[in-house]
Design a protein around this ligand. Structure first.
Ligand SMILES: O=c1[nH]c(=O)c2[nH]c(=O)[nH]c2[nH]1
Length: 300
């Protein structure tokens, strides 16, 4: 038989969708998070792929147990998804120095928000609100190098005006007309990499989120005009970089959630009021915005 030309080029193993609930009781006030965690280890486990030996392997089931172990070890103060991801990634490289050289941890924070009763925050009541998920992606290697990327996904934003799209190439394949006023809507995914830890991950997250949405909507009276999703995306990335000095690079993905003008059969005119909401097919726009001279963290 001919000699095989195959070789093992790369490998990793981990556990996905490890769901964790964590409560911190600070006096009468309880703090709750639900994290959806994924782990991935780069390790010395070639032999498991190439032979029948699993010697020394950190089983994915063990990785799942480690999520709950590290959650138990956390301090008395509520911790951010970035801090939890870092504690877990470090746990793997510190606990298995002979085999694991890099741990990669993804944390999604589910949208449980503290219940508000007539303007008063409830001590221990939470409500699932909206679709927006806060994310963190942390890597730690056995030499002590750490990378922290924070983010959000499924942040759905829409404005009914102050958006147009015109001046694009019109050729024999084009049917879309230029339009000076339209609905623009998207579901934002954003990931931003920190060059150094901010004083507070929660505060930095809140500032970036505020910068992104302010650039999308503009001021409450009058808003701001968007000539394209592309232009607005860049303004959003720029605002994040300009507001938070520790952010060195931002990746943004913004699908165009189309609301297509509908001409009712009875009136036969479009008066900027009735639309067909569609989900497929949809435009998809993405870019990386970096602080000048910083390396982009996501290649497109
Ligand atoms: O903001 C937009 N950018 C595009 O690239 C595009 N393409 C399209 O058909 N509609 C839009 N809208």
């Amino acid at each position: 038989m001919a000699q095989s030309q195959a070789q093992l080029a790369a490998h990793q193993h981990g556990k996905s969708r490890v769901r964790l609930g964590r409560v911190w009781r600070v006096g009468n006030v309880h703090h709750f998070v639900e994290f959806n965690v994924a782990t991935m280890l780069e390790s010395d486990m070639e032999h498991a792929f190439l032979t029948d030996s699993n010697r020394g392997m950190t089983a994915t089931d063990t990785q799942k147990n480690s999520v709950y172990y590290v959650a138990k070890q956390l301090g008395a103060r509520p911790c951010s998804p970035e801090e939890f991801g870092l504690a877990l990634a470090r746990h793997f490289v510190d606990s298995y120095p002979d085999t694991v050289w890099k741990a990669k941890v993804s944390v999604e924070m589910m949208p449980w928000r503290r219940l508000d009763v007539n303007g008063q925050p409830h001590d221990h009541g939470y409500v699932w609100q909206g679709s927006e998920i806060r994310t963190a992606y942390v890597t730690a290697d056995s030499k002590g190098k750490v990378e922290i990327t924070a983010g959000l996904k499924d942040l759905k934003v829409l404005k009914t005006t102050q958006s147009g799209y015109s001046g694009f190439l019109h050729d024999k394949f084009t049917t879309l007309p230029d339009v000076g006023d339209r609905i623009v809507a998207t579901s934002v995914t954003a990931n931003w990499r920190y060059s150094r830890p901010p004083a507070s991950y929660d505060a930095a997250y809140a500032t970036v989120r505020q910068a992104l949405t302010a650039a999308f909507y503009g001021p409450p009276r009058g808003g701001v005009f968007s000539p394209s999703v592309q232009f607005t995306l860049y303004q959003m990335g720029k605002a994040a970089i300009d507001r938070v000095p520790e952010v060195e690079s931002v990746f943004l993905n913004m699908p165009n959630l189309h609301f297509i003008p509908c001409v009712p059969v009875t009136t036969k005119s479009f008066d900027n009021d009735v639309y067909v909401a569609t989900s497929e097919p949809h435009g998809n726009i993405e870019a990386v915005v970096t602080r000048a001279a910083a390396a982009p963290h996501c290649r497109l």
